[in-house]
Ligand binder design. Structure first.
Ligand code: GLN
Length: 522
């Protein structure tokens, strides 16, 4: 185990493989940090905050689990140090442990075991696939690993160790020492892995495989290659090619189940449509956290899904929004489509407003997501409606025209954690609009995460000047989707990327990529 190595991809691939065996598998993620959830974390440091239907703000790995398993998950599957400690302390205050010294073992570890049992009882999955965040040896996840050791004493548990096999260029040989030390540390904690999955840049060599097997007391066929394969969506099939699936279902006591080859073939077909060569489409993503691509991972994946559906070769140009402020819009030249994703705080906003203007004036397809929708409205208000200095009160509390304003329900909130407008909300769509032709439905449900909204006092001015309000909440109180009447420009207050999957690409992304590809030279 090593942070950032790709445990999320392995966990997700296992979920997918088990689904090919018609097993109901559910993921659980352990995160050692003491934040209650990811809601208050900085995406620039920790990566994107993922939001589930049930309003939970969870680790971005949940995005990958959902994208692979094509199921909607719930927040209780995210178990953080913060949640565990707060539960244990609440119990202590209530007197549940009267007379005892409350300790990591057994109180915290029991809390972990009880949580897992509760999930198993209420959800009744065939298999729980538990991902332990962090690296073996971290203080933060040590109590999770101990709890898993205890779990294996009474339940059927299969341990999988993900390790890194580096290649030092000068020698040109794959080094197995980190893998050996990793397994040894795990064994010292009382855990013996049944599989060792090896992350590496190049395919795992025979010599390295043999060495890892020998030193880890494990059979060679259980040392599995997980080398770079272009797209992580290849991984389930790659693991199956190595016989990992049969061994795994056998170890889990599910050996009677058969691999559903039709399901596997369908998945492989979708994955192939990502990589087969086709017409190139350039999409500029203009954001404020572009140095850390993980900040926008769901946006990127939603584009991948949409491009696969349109059979185009997606080329993303990451544009830091501060680089397109003022008159310096050269970074946007050559874009067939411009996308402005979500974000918070004033840094880089004027660059995003510029990007929206650049797209509108030049007729380049535009997709604005949450903040990207808000800057689209700001730009329209300033340049088309003539509302000079229009802004969001988030960025300029004294603006004369607060076309974007804090939601009434948010105004007096004191707590920052879990208090935004979160989770799945229904919107109704207007017929004859781009939004309607994308979704082909009058009522949709998408996930949200915001505190600001289009100020209803400016709705008339926007509409009078040609902006189309194509989606609102069913009670018509909140503007959900806006569009330009000319060309293709659409902004949504929701985050449709959070529900996009290879098997079910997000409609607005599909429509956006389709328009961008029509513009791209053949
Ligand atoms: N900062 C904006 C708001 O809170 C946009 C949020 C977002 O893009 N997720 O409304």
């Amino acid at each position: 185990m090593l942070s950032g190595l790709g445990k999320g991809g392995v966990t997700s691939s296992i979920l997918k493989i088990l689904s090919f065996y018609n097993c109901r598998a559910l993921p659980i993620k352990f995160d050692g940090y003491l934040n209650y959830d990811c809601g208050t974390m900085n995406p620039y440091r920790h990566g994107e905050v993922f939001v589930l239907d049930d309003k939970s703000e969870v680790d971005m790995d949940f995005g990958m689990y959902e994208r692979f398993s094509n199921t909607d998950l719930t927040g209780k599957l995210s178990i953080t140090g913060g949640k565990l400690f707060s539960r244990v302390i609440a119990k202590e205050r209530r007197g549940d442990y009267l007379g005892e010294d409350v300790q990591i073992i057994p109180h915290l570890t029991n809390e972990i075991l009880d949580t897992i049992k509760r999930i198993a009882k209420s959800e009744r999955p065939d298999v729980l696939v538990i991902e332990v965040g962090g690296t073996v040896g971290d203080i933060e996840n040590s109590y999770f690993i101990e709890a898993m050791r205890q779990l294996s004493l009474n339940d059927d548990v299969v341990f999988i160790n993900l390790t890194y096999v580096p290649k030092i260029d000068v020698v040109g040989e794959q080094k197995t020492k980190p893998a050996q030390i990793g397994v040894r540390s795990l064994m010292q904690l009382g855990i013996r892995p049944s599989f060792i999955l090896c992350r590496s840049e190049e395919p795992l060599g025979e010599k390295a495989r043999e060495k890892i097997a020998l030193y880890s007391s494990i059979r060679k066929e259980r040392v599995i290659d997980d080398s770079d394969r272009g797209t992580v969506y290849h991984l389930p099939a790659h693991l199956i090619e190595q016989g990992f699936d049969r061994l795994l279902v056998g170890d889990l006591g599910l050996g009677g189940r058969r691999l559903d080859r039709r399901k596997l073939a369908k998945w492989k077909g979708l994955v192939d449509s990502i990589s087969s060569p086709k017409k190139a489409v350039n999409i500029a993503i203009v954001g404020k956290y572009t140095d850390l691509k993980d900040s926008y991972v769901s946006v990127k994946e939603a584009l991948v899904h949409a491009a696969a559906k349109s059979r185009v070769n997606l080329r993303i140009n990451w544009v830091e929004s501060t680089a397109v402020e003022g008159s310096s819009t050269s970074a946007l030249e050559g874009a067939d489509g411009i996308l402005v994703p979500g974000g918070f705080g004033s840094r880089g906003i004027e660059g995003m407003v510029n990007a929206a203007r650049f797209a509108r004036v030049r007729g380049i397809p535009y997709l604005g997501i949450c903040l990207g929708m808000q800057v689209m409205v700001i730009e329209y208000a300033r340049d088309v409606c003539g509302l000079k200095g229009a802004n969001s009160s988030e960025f300029d509390s004294k603006t004369r025209h607060n076309v974007i304003d804090i939601m009434e329900t948010q105004r007096d909130l004191k707590e920052k954690g879990g208090s935004m407008r979160l989770g799945a909300w229904t919107a109704k769509l207007r017929k004859g609009t781009h939004a309607y032709s994308a979704y082909r439905r009058a009522a949709i449900s998408e996930r949200h995460r915001h505190r600001y909204e289009v100020n209803n006092r400016y709705r008339n001015a926007l509409e009078r000047n040609g902006m189309v309000i194509s989606g609102t909440t069913p009670d018509n109180h909140i503007v959900e989707i806006v569009e330009w009447s000319d060309g293709f420009g659409i902004g949504t207050q929701a985050h449709p990327e959070l529900k996009s999957r290879l098997e079910r690409p997000a409609p607005l992304f599909v429509e956006f990529v389709k328009h961008a590809s029509e513009r791209a030279p053949s």
